[in-house]
Write a protein that binds this ligand. Structure first.
Ligand SMILES: [Zn+2]
Length: 485
């Protein structure tokens, strides 16, 4: 089998892997590049294949960086099936509709600016619109079930529970007499909501994500204590407490945690605003598929309780009501997207509050270095938000342990049952992968960094030192934040 990584090679976002077998081609994930203009420009690149030639697309999970370019693929001619688990299909609808809305809104905004300069012809079209998304949703085949083999084009595919977000799967792929495991994103085994990943079967090659392959997460109890402590400090500071949250998994995890902390009396019952209609919709799917989650959540749902609803929760439906939160006096927690602060309602909360010394910004997820969040975490004293320069006077707390991603121990545990496969590293910053290579060697495994866009034979291609030629030397500052999608 040959694999060509068209995203999430030498970087964390944009997952898209083209698998070529003797029987045909299948695309695994079709994600969006996120985190700064330079990366996002890559979303417009042509696909280096004819979409009509694909036998199928398979999705590992519904995060935007794994599904976000799918409507673009459809816009460019793909009409075949898109296989995934049922929760992934449900979440993908929410994710893609939101993405189309952002694309179109962004386009209109750029157009307004360009008109004033007489440059409207230079504004690129939105990547896709709602209509493209509806055509895409019609192609979804939510037929994948954990542990049950499925025949997809030239492949026999057995999904396994990845424990990363609701519905997330890794894939055992059998074709041409070879066995490949594609990890998708793997869960943190101390995640608060998801069951652990199931141990994968033996394979000849494993393509594995490496978001946090260079570190060990703080334990869940320590993370909860750190989070409670940050909230106490923030409440003492007296201002708004902003928590930028990704709408899927992180929002539900934070709501679940806040409810637990408030019920136990560990955090005062101050108002909590969920200012993200997308997170509210995603939370609905966590209800629908509650049986997929950890036992305490399942039990609460069975008892008719709402484990994602702190008693002081206000769900904010419209942006007019979102603006009104500015007038609310006193400490309150505001959960708003997006998680890296590059757009969405969090931006107007930042603009109104970041310059006030009483404000607290509690970071609970990954911040890519080029994003607004990444710049704040790196210590910027001024940032530009929605066209305005804003001084950063808020207290910034970074809580790393909420990651929905496997850490180094989790990744090694995942690899432990796969035999002695060739291990290909994707979905990581170069510095992190460089740090992981010797660790793999210490465990008797041959690791290789997946090159960007260059097809590799998963069993025979090698590079000196496990690094494709020409990739930049790793820098120590590869990442600005912690957490991760
Ligand atoms: Zn993910």
């Amino acid at each position: 089998m040959h694999l060509q990584s068209l995203g999430a090679a030498l970087t964390v976002t944009g997952s898209a892997h083209l698998l070529t077998t003797r029987g045909g081609q299948v695309l695994i994930d079709c994600g969006m590049f996120q985190g700064g203009d330079e990366l996002e420009a890559r979303n417009r690149e042509a696909f280096p294949f004819d979409p009509h030639d694909l036998a199928a697309v398979i999705l590992t999970h519904a995060h935007l960086d794994h599904v976000g370019r799918l409507p673009l693929l459809v816009r460019r001619g793909y009409r075949g099936p898109v296989f995934c688990t049922a929760p992934t299909a449900a979440l993908a609808e929410t994710v893609l509709l939101d993405s189309a809305r952002l694309q179109v809104e962004g386009f209109r905004q750029d157009l307004r600016r360009a008109r004033r300069l007489g440059r409207e012809s230079e504004v690129p079209e939105p990547l896709y619109d709602e209509e493209d998304v509806h055509r895409t949703l019609a192609l979804l085949r939510p037929a994948l079930r954990f542990g049950e083999p499925a025949h997809i084009g030239p492949l026999r595919v057995t999904p396994g529970r990845a424990g990363h977000i609701l519905g997330s799967a890794y894939l055992l792929i059998e074709a041409d007499g070879e066995r490949l495991i594609l990890s998708g994103d793997l869960g943190n085994r101390e995640s608060g909501l998801q069951l652990d990943f199931t141990p994968p079967p033996p394979a000849d090659a494993v393509v594995i994500e490496t978001t946090y392959a260079d570190r060990t997460h703080r334990s869940l109890p320590a993370t909860l204590a750190e989070f409670a402590d940050a909230l106490h400090q923030s409440i003492r500071a007296g201002g708004k407490i902003l928590i930028p949250t990704f709408a899927i998994e992180r929002a539900q995890m934070i709501l679940y945690t806040l409810r637990g902390l408030m019920e136990a009396g560990d955090v005062p019952r101050i108002p909590v605003f969920l200012d993200s209609p997308m997170a509210a919709r995603a939370t609905h799917e966590y209800f629908e598929y509650g049986d997929e989650l950890i036992p305490p959540v399942r039990e609460a749902l069975r008892n008719g309780e709402d484990p994602f609803r702190p008693s002081t929760l206000h769900v904010v439906p419209t942006s007019a009501e979102s603006q009104r939160i500015n007038r609310y006096d006193g400490p309150a927690i505001i959960l708003a997207g997006n998680g890296m602060m590059t757009g969405g309602r969090i931006q107007h909360h930042l603009k109104h509050n970041l310059w006030k010394p009483g404000t607290s910004l509690v970071i609970v997820s990954y911040q890519s270095p080029g994003s607004l969040g990444g710049r704040i975490v790196a210590g910027a004293d001024h940032v530009r938000i929605m066209g305005d320069e804003v001084v950063v006077r808020a207290q910034v707390h970074t809580i790393g342990g909420f990651s929905a991603h496997a850490d180094q121990d989790d990744l090694l545990a995942f690899l432990a049952s796969t035999g002695s496969p060739r291990v290909w590293l994707v979905h990581g910053e170069v510095g992190v992968m460089d740090a992981f290579l010797p660790v793999l060697a210490g465990h008797g495994l041959t690791g290789t960094v997946m090159p960007d866009h260059q097809p590799v034979d998963l069993l025979t291609t090698t590079f000196p030192g496990g690094r494709p030629p020409g990739i930049p030397e790793s820098r120590g500052d590869a990442r600005a934040g912690e957490g991760g999608e």
